[in-house]
Design a protein around this ligand. Structure first.
Ligand code: 13P
Length: 255
C-alpha cells in the first residue's frame, strides 16, 4: 500500500541543542496525533544531531533519516559517513540525490547509484530526489520531462523490483527550493503523474500504484493542502518550514 509521508529536511540548520528541542516537539506532536497506519513523519537532521535526536524521539512515531551517506562502504575517506554507521545510530532512511548535493558537491547519477545501493544493503529506505532547474523548466516540457526521466533511468530504475520497493521519490523542482516560488498544484501533479507512469513502464502497474512520490519546494502551511490534494502527490519533503515545529505540524495535518 502506498505510504503518505511528510518529511522534514533540516539541511545545515540548528545547533545540536536546538535540533534536540525541535525533535522533541515533533515527537510529542506525533504521539498526540495518533496518525493512521500508512502515514509517516520523517525528520532528517544533520549528521551531528542524529545520535542525540534518536535518544529523544518516539521511534514508533517519527522516522529518523539522514541527509546523505557515503558512496563507499568504509575506509580512508576523510569526513565521510557510511550507511552502516547511520544504521547503527537508529537511522531508518536517507535522502539521496538532493539538488543541493548535485549542484554544490557535483553528485551525478553514477555516484548516487553507489550511495543508493549501499543504503539499501544496510536496510535503509531511500528518499530519492529528482527535479529540473529553472533553465530546464523554461526550455519547455520536452526538456524537463526528459531531465527527470534521465535522473530516474540512470539510478533507481536500474534496481530490482524488490529494491525499488524501498525507494520513495521526491520531486523537487530546483527553482522552487528555498525561493518562495512553489510549483502550482497542477505543475506538481503533472510531474508526479509522469513519474508514476514511468515507474509503471519500468516495474509494472502495481509497483507504480504503491510508490510514494513526495513534492518539495517552498511547501508551507498555506499551500500544502492544495498540493497534497492532487492524486499523485503522496506528501512532502519540507525544508524551511520543517524548522518550526508548529508549521511542520500544520503541514503534517494537511495530508
Ligand atoms: P524548502 O522547503 O526550504 O524550499 O526546501 C525544500 C527542500 O529542498 C527539501 O529537501
Amino acid at each position: 500500500m502506498r505510504k503518505l509521508i511528510v518529511a522534514g529536511n533540516w539541511k545545515m540548520n540548528t545547533s545540536v541543542a536546538e535540533g534536540v528541542e525541535l525533535a522533541k516537539k515533533v515527537s510529542a506532536y506525533a504521539q498526540q496525533k495518533n496518525l493512521p497506519a500508512g502515514k509517516q513523519i520523517v525528520i532528517a537532521p544533520p549528521f551531528t544531531h542524529l545520535a542525540p535526536v534518536a535518544g529523544v524521539i518516539d521511534a514508533n512515531k517519527v522516522i529518523l533519516a539522514a541527509q546523505d551517506c557515503a558512496a563507499t562502504k568504509n575506509g580512508a575517506y576523510t569526513g565521510e559517513v557510511s550507511a552502516s554507521m547511520l544504521k547503527g545510530l537508529g537511522v531508518k532512511a536517507v535522502i539521496l540525490g538532493h539538488s543541493e548535493r548535485r549542484q554544490y558537491f557535483k553528485e551525478n547519477s553514477e555516484i548516487l547509484l553507489k550511495k543508493i545501493k549501499l543504503a539499501l544493503e544496510e536496510g535503509l529506505d531511500v528518499i530519492f530526489c529528482v527535479g529540473e532547474t529553472k533553465d530546464q523548466r523554461e526550455a519547455g516540457a520536452n526538456l524537463y520531462f526528459n531531465v527527470i526521466k534521465a535522473q530516474l533511468v540512470d539510478t533507481v530504475f536500474t534496481l530490482t523490483k524488490e529494491e525499488f520497493a524501498k525507494i520513495v521519490i521526491a520531486y523537487e523542482p530546483v527553482w522552487a527550493i528555498g525561493t518562495g516560488l512553489t510549483a502550482t498544484p497542477e505543475q506538481a501533479q503533472e510531474i508526479h503523474e509522469f513519474i508514476r507512469k514511468e515507474v509503471a513502464a519500468n516495474f509494472g502497474a502495481q509497483v507504480a500504484e504503491d510508490t510514494t512520490i513526495l513534492y518539495g519546494g517552498s511547501c508551507k502551511p498555506s499551500n500544502a493542502a492544495e498540493i497534497f490534494a492532487k492524486k499523485d502527490v503522496d506528501g512532502g519533503l519540507i525544508g524551511g518550514a520543517a524548522l518550526k515545529a508548529e508549521d511542520f505540524g500544520k503541514i503534517i495535518d494537511a495530508r
